[in-house]
Design a protein around this ligand. Structure first.
Ligand SMILES: [Fe+2]
Length: 438
């Protein structure tokens, strides 16, 4: 009888007080995939569609959009008051062919200089609807949203609605955007789905495997659509490729690496990263965050070991630079590690986070390896998004927001301290040893 009462107590405790325990042991039913949404364009051929913005340098913004019609102007009118545009900028346009598909006209216009923390109203191509965005702040605090493997399903719509329900400054996407997978019209439907969000805050993205889109013999060049539609300001950081770049915003240095660009020691990306890290001034940007697609640390059975060769090539560079956090996607689940270097806990290494659970059509990566690694502090296969609130030079808060059916729930959060102020991690002897090893 006593045994029965004890078991009943533990059952009630587990059911009502420890849903996380149940989840981690696979007893709670997982979120199933939801259907793809095909977002249509209801305007005319000359109306702008798929409008989105991205940061260029410290005080400019690139506005990108598509028109079906060819003879439309690549201009953006903008100003601080609605419908009263006191500035206009002219840019360029491009288009591409992919097998039987011909893209619309893809326009890119750089506007600025812009003031920080300021709302601007703008219109693309001299007609069509008005949009508005708010520029990021010039200093702390700043809030980033981080979502990987977004796709364009009903889960994507749910994630984006949750993202928009709370304020933030910059959207960061560590790869796998549209899941068009060579079906080019799906890049257009993706652009339309994200437009309400990507017009209001800058979207900074890096590439995933779904952006490659090579078909042997038929289409041998990679990243055709991605590079045409989502150019990032790579030249500003000295990079020669849209597949990797960096930028500074409000006291943070953000590095977007390319899991699908060469990364060996002799590669252009490696040399660029080495030079980029050498230029970082931690008194101006106390925080360094890195985003890439294929995770270097991962205890899910999906994509096991896929980031390993890149980790072996580049991990020491990030460790020596005292990078604070590395965000990855690719695995369709959430996982947070402790500070790690070379497969061991290390208080001077980055925190590793996998956030590939935006809502894509492939569904979740349900199986984690057991027994769990002591390096992995939280893992769960659910859709959701992350928020990184950098409060000041030393403290930031990271939270993971799971998509429940109609609401968003904070399922994991942790306070982070910048490594820039950790005396132990900047010991000269320790750092010179690392330099010799490179
Ligand atoms: Fe991926």
């Amino acid at each position: 009888m006593e045994n029965f009462s004890l078991r009943a107590f533990f059952l009630v405790f587990t059911l009502f007080l420890c849903p996380q325990l149940l989840r981690s042991h696979g007893f709670i039913s997982r979120q199933p995939p939801r259907p793809v949404i095909f977002t249509q364009h209801n305007g005319s051929d000359s109306d702008p569609q798929q409008v989105h913005i991205s940061l260029v340098g410290k005080d400019h913004m690139r506005v990108s959009w598509v028109t079906e019609a060819k003879q439309t102007k690549s201009i953006v009118e903008y100003g601080k008051e609605s419908r009263r545009y006191n500035a206009v900028a002219t840019g360029e346009h491009t288009s591409y062919k992919y097998f039987f598909y011909s893209s619309g006209e893809i326009h890119h216009v750089k506007i600025g200089p812009l003031q920080p923390s300021t709302t601007y109203f703008y219109r693309c191509g001299g007609s069509g609807p008005e949009f508005s965005f708010r520029t990021p702040p010039s200093g702390f605090p700043i809030e980033f949203v981080v979502v990987g493997d977004l796709g364009q399903t009903e889960w994507t719509a749910s994630t984006l609605a949750h993202v928009a329900s709370m304020d933030y400054d910059v959207f960061l996407l560590p790869g796998d955007l549209s899941y068009a997978d060579t079906q080019q019209p799906l890049w257009d439907t993706f652009g339309r789905l994200v437009e309400p969000y990507a017009t209001t805050r800058p979207w900074m993205v890096t590439e995933g495997n779904h952006e490659i889109e090579i078909i042997p013999i038929i289409h041998s060049g990679g990243f055709t659509s991605y590079n045409a539609r989502w150019p990032m300001a790579y030249e500003e950081s000295g990079s020669t490729s849209n597949l990797y770049y960096s930028f500074d915003v409000a006291g943070t240095h953000i590095i977007m690496l390319g899991s699908y660009a060469e990364f060996s020691k002799s590669s252009a990306q490696y040399k660029w990263l080495e030079a980029d890290l050498a230029k970082v001034d931690r008194t101006k940007t106390p925080w360094i965050f890195v985003l890439l697609h294929a995770p270097w640390y991962n205890t899910n059975t999906a994509h096991k070991g896929e980031g390993e060769s890149m980790r072996k090539a580049m991990e020491k560079l990030l460790f020596r630079a005292r990078v604070d956090v590395v965000f990855a996607g690719h695995v369709h689940a959430y996982e947070r590690f402790t500070r790690v270097y070379n497969n061991a806990e290390n208080q001077c290494g980055p925190v590793y986070v996998t956030i590939g659970d935006g809502g894509n059509r492939e569904g979740l990566a349900l199986k984690f390896k057991n027994p769990p690694s002591p390096l992995s502090l939280f893992r769960e296969a659910s859709f959701g998004h992350g928020r990184l609130r950098v409060l000041n030079e030393t403290h930031a808060n990271w939270s993971w927001h799971r998509n429940n059916d109609s609401n968003s729930v904070v399922a994991d959060q942790v306070w982070l301290e910048s490594l820039s102020t950790s005396e132990a991690c900047w010991d000269e002897g320790l750092l010179s040893l690392l330099k010799d090893e490179l």
